[in-house]
Ligand binder design. Structure first.
Ligand code: HEC
Length: 150
């Protein structure tokens, strides 16, 4: 059989290799929490507070106490209180914790709000979607920065 007959097959094989390589590269993607997430405008603390409170978005009060939000009932205590978090942690530390707390603590029960990798038992409609958008993460970071020690 003349060699050129194999050309389409070779092309297909190379394409497959390329796809595999690309997938591997993205799977090892590093988190960069030092800068605001790509494509976002500067965080809006007021919007962030709403995402933080919202039971179907951040639902952060399910696990964290914030004293200034004590007009809302039922703060969980599984996580540490976030009073003063804006004084205790840097912006990058807050962003990293919200994006993927597993980086700091592999056994954490806090959900990774901006990661799709390594999630188990994800409903089909949430597959490959992050819980919060990049802008919502930036808004939450801006809100948490306002929680300063008195
Ligand atoms: C299911 C419980 C749970 C939910 C929901 C949750 N967290 Fe957490 N969070 C924790 C726990 C537990 C820790 C302690 C560190 C760890 O185990 O990761 C923590 C730690 C933190 C910290 C670090 C605090 C510090 O002083 O070091 C921040 C900031 C934080 N969470 C923000 C948030 C935000 C913002 C949300 C909502 C978008 C949220 N958390 C939702 C459980 C939760």
């Amino acid at each position: 059989m003349p060699v050129h007959r194999y050309a389409p097959l070779l092309c297909a094989a190379f394409f497959l290799l390329f796809v595999i390589a690309a997938t591997q590269t993205f799977a090892g993607e590093q988190l960069n929490a030092d800068q605001p997430l790509a494509g976002t405008k500067s965080g809006d603390a007021k919007a962030g507070k709403n995402v933080f409170i919202h039971r179907k978005k951040g639902n952060c009060l399910a696990c964290h106490v914030v004293t200034s939000l004590d007009y809302i009932l039922f703060h969980g205590e599984v996580g540490p209180p976030l009073d003063g978090v804006g004084s205790n942690l840097s912006e990058a530390e807050i962003r990293l914790q919200v994006m993927d707390p597993r980086i700091n603590n592999p056994d954490t029960i806090m959900p990774p709000y901006h990661r799709t990798e390594g999630l188990n038992r994800v409903l089909v409609k949430y597959k490959d979607k992050t819980i919060l958008s990049a802008q919502q993460v930036e808004d939450i970071v801006a809100y948490l920065k306002t929680l300063k020690d008195e």
